[in-house]
Design a protein around this ligand. Structure first.
Ligand code: MGD
Ligand code: MGD
Ligand code: SF4
Ligand code: MO
Length: 706
């Protein structure tokens, strides 16, 4: 088939919730889009993007895109928005009036904090994503404690370094050993592989991968470490034990740049490879070999991901892994150190977008991950305040992605809860709404993005017209503000005016300059990035013994009580260990062709992921239970049960189960999705959901159908 030739190329940035934040080139063809490619001239993207965004035409020109506002007529939960018995098409004015009326009535009855604007990072654009705070603060609505993704990782990393920043991620290409720890980079941030493989090709570097199953990233590894979920800190401790034992600790560096190295060494004396092998399931020789590689390679670059922190031991594990680089002093060398994210380097002034000056710190901050408990009215998570009776939801799909789904479902089913969902497609959350508003996709609006896994700010201009009556998040804020009597200059500004204002205030030039340049490289200089003039803590040192109480605590009462965190890196037994009734540990790792729940509606992504949700099980574990390859199984724990199909895979450890991807609940045999099994209890010390830390049982559910 001949593809039409593009009229021109558009330049933009990928808005998805992915550390890669790729610079994109888009073929623009007769008002629509064709192929999407990675920009070759941004050296982090280096011309490479993931397959799901390369075929974005399928998502943006999706026949199931929401096109006009809808009012629910029938029962909650009907996702066929063309069903006129379930949904009624209405105009934008009517829709916004209905939302405003519901919010004002709710406020009248219970006070402003009964309204909970709920959002997340479906778009990472700062104007479209974060403008919801302007409305929230102007109206004194309940705040959101953003826990679902980053808190354990960020708290754990900053506990050691004092700052969420590190070496230039492009330095991976100059490393001699790239340790990819707890991130399935091939699937979740493909550019890490670009730079790691470059190091291998150009310098003969080795790649080590630490994960809980032999995923696509581990298949590329020279050193593959497949450990039991939640036990990474034990591995890190044994590595540090060996480094001290074998004379690979850099004692000058330790004395100059870190706290309490002597106490650390004494503490590690009993954290032997034998001790760690018993906890992690790794072989002693595997641990020794990994430690030897780390100890004898000055330029070791630890690329620390999120996955290994989605565990009740997550923050402790992150801190332990980052500590290794401080023992060897790898931080001093180009191509060495421990990188997690560059969150702290950008310093963009978001006051106009978020209306900080209107924020009343006395308003409660409800835990995003515990939306189920919040909507079920549990007093503790409501801080004994009013129930949540009205919501605006943007850029997130909690009916699929939030943990403890039984509560989430019960909460959304409440008759006295008014929900407005602004979405691009009819998600399972939108299906529970009273009013659904159609949203633009990123190529249909202007926004600005900043990297997580790299160090650039990028501009993403509007490239094509939106279909139907889709509106931007920014337009929705303005439309509601007017009706709700919310006043702030930010509501009257365009997206471009916001971006220009923010750049100027932040000392990053102007929008016109950014638009001409396409991106700004914000990497601090080498000495700063490598902490050679001191780490981010007041004493300038890396902290092996962190003050876990000093992480920015939510100002609304305790999120705990926390179990006591170990003072030095250590195995943290808070994980959900197996017991007789629940003999397996389940991790719900990401799928390569989905992005959280996004793309799980596109036929090509579903097909690439095998067409249905599955759980991977070691063939020997399966055989012991009479589970045939492809057969239907039930998984369950204290939180609920799900039915899906088993797939044999000898790349998972015995006793471990992996279910990849957030599939729509409706694709499971009985309509209950994988997050039925995941818990919303907060991870110490700063919240978060332990998506990969679940004990479960598994049993045969029926005859093989696969
Ligand atoms: N294709 C795709 N890309 C994505 C996403 C997606 O869903 N699909 N999600 C996006 C989002 S929101 C985020 S935050 C990032 C997250 O990206 P990552 O940082 O990669 O984190 P996760 O995807 O949670 O998990 C990564 C890996 O950690 C492994 N893991 C689980 N438990 C443990 C453990 O205890 N120890 C170790 N060592 N490994 C463990 C999982 O098996 C998985 O292979 O990816 C983004 N990119
Ligand atoms: N089992 C399991 N569950 C998980 C995870 C896991 O590893 N395992 N990972 C967790 C993590 S790390 C995260 S971050 C969460 C993320 O979960 P979600 O926040 O739900 O993730 P996304 O799929 O990125 O985005 C959600 C929605 O945003 C919409 N959207 C995108 N752009 C816009 C826009 O401009 N405007 C509007 N109005 N809507 C838009 C998309 O259509 C999509 O439906 O999931 C968590 N859930
Ligand atoms: S790798 Fe991530 S940032 Fe890059 S195109 Fe894919 S989803 Fe977007
Ligand atoms: Mo995430």
């Amino acid at each position: 088939m001949n593809r039409p030739l593009p009229n021109r190329l558009g330049h933009t940035a990928c808005p998805h919730d992915c550390p890669s934040t790729c610079a994109l080139e888009v073929e623009l063809i007769d008002g629509g889009i064709g192929r999407v490619r990675g920009a070759a001239d941004l050296d982090y993207t280096a011309g490479v993007i993931c397959a799901k965004v390369a075929r974005y035409a399928e998502r943006i020109h999706n026949p199931n895109r929401l096109l006009y506002p809808l009012r629910r007529k029938g029962e909650k939960g009907n996702s066929d928005w063309r069903d006129t018995n379930a949904w009624e098409r209405i105009g934008w004015d009517d829709a916004l009036d209905a939302v405003a009326r519901a919010f004002l009535e709710a406020e009248e009855r219970f006070g402003s904090q009964t309204v909970w604007p709920y959002f997340y990072a479906g778009t990472m654009g700062l104007v479209q994503r974060d403008g919801i705070h302007r409305l929230r603060h102007a109206k004194r609505y309940s705040r959101q404690f953003d826990t679902i993704c980053t808190n354990p990782a960020h708290a754990g990393y900053a506990a050691g370094t004092g700052k969420l920043a590190g070496p230039d991620p492009r330095e991976m290409a100059k490393s001699d050993l790239v340790v990819i720890w707890g991130t399935n980079a091939v699937a979740t941030q493909v550019n890490v592989m670009t730079h790691a493989i470059r190091a291998r090709k150009e310098r003969g570097a080795r790649i080590a991968v630490v994960d809980v199953y032999r995923n696509e990233t581990m298949k590329q590894a020279d050193i593959a470490l497949c450990l039991r979920p939640g036990t990474d800190a034990a591995l890190a401790c044994a590595v540090m034990h060996i480094l001290f034992r074998d004379g690979h600790a850099d004692r000058d560096y330790l004395a100059r740049y870190t706290d309490f190295p002597d106490e650390l060494e004494a503490h590690l004396a009993s954290r032997t490879p034998e001790w760690a092998a018993a906890i992690t399931g790794l072989g002693i020789e595997e641990i020794e070999a990994f430690a030897r590689a780390v100890g004898t390679t000055k330029r070791t670059f630890f690329r620390l991901g999120y996955g290994f922190t989605r565990s009740r031991s997550g923050a402790v594990s992150m801190h332990a892994a980052s500590s290794i680089a401080a023992v060897t002093g790898a931080w001093q060398y180009e191509g060495g150190g421990a990188f997690h994210t560059n969150g702290a380097i950008f310093n963009l002034d978001k006051r106009m977008i978020e209306a900080h000056e209107l924020c009343d710190p006395a308003t409660r901050r409800l835990d995003q991950s515990r939306i189920g408990a919040v909507l079920c009215g549990e007093p503790e998570v409501l801080f004994d305040g009013p129930p949540v009776t009205a919501m605006l939801i943007q850029n997130t799909n909690p009916m699929s992605v939030a943990p403890d789904q039984e509560k989430v479902r019960a909460g959304f089913a409440r008759d006295d809860l008014f929900v407005c969902v602004h979405e691009q497609v009819m998600t399972e959350t939108a299906a529970m709404a009273d009013i659904v508003l159609p949203a633009t996709m990123f190529m249909e609006h202007d926004d600005i993005y900043r990297g997580g896994g790299h160090q650039h700010i990028l501009f993403g201009p509007k490239l094509v017209e939106p279909p139907g009556e889709c509106r931007t998040n920014h337009q929705v804020f303005a439309g509601l503000a007017e009706r709700l009597g919310a006043d702030h200059p930010g509501f009257g500004m365009s997206e471009r005016e916001h971006i220009d204002w923010m750049l100027r205030q932040s000392g990053r030039g102007t929008l016109a300059e950014l638009e001409a340049a396409k991106w700004i490289d914000c990497q601090p200089d080498f000495r700063t990035s490598h902490y050679l003039d001191g780490f981010g803590h007041a004493d300038g040192r890396f902290h092996f013994k962190p003050d876990w109480t000093s992480v920015d605590a939510p100002n609304n009462g305790p999120m705990g009580p926390w179990p006591t965190l170990p003072s030095f890196p250590d195995h943290f037994t808070a994980i959900e260990e197996v017991d007789a009734a629940h003999p397996f540990r389940l991790a719900t790792s990401p799928a390569r062709s989905f992005l959280n729940s996004s793309f799980n509606e596109t036929p090509s992504s579903r097909a690439k992921e095998g067409g249905r949700p599955e759980v991977m099980i070691h063939p020997l574990d399966a055989a012991e239970r009479g589970i045939a390859d492809g057969s239907e199984v039930r998984l369950g724990n204290e939180r609920g049960r799900v039915r899906l199909h088993a797939r044999y895979f000898d790349g998972v450890c015995r006793g471990v189960l992996i279910s990849e991807g957030v599939w729509a609940n409706a694709t499971f045999v009985d309509g209950r999705g994988i997050n039925t099994l995941t818990g919303a209890d907060p991870i110490a010390p700063y919240g978060g959901a332990a998506f990969h830390d679940n004990r479960v049982w598994i049993e045969v559910a029926g005859p093989a159908t696969g």
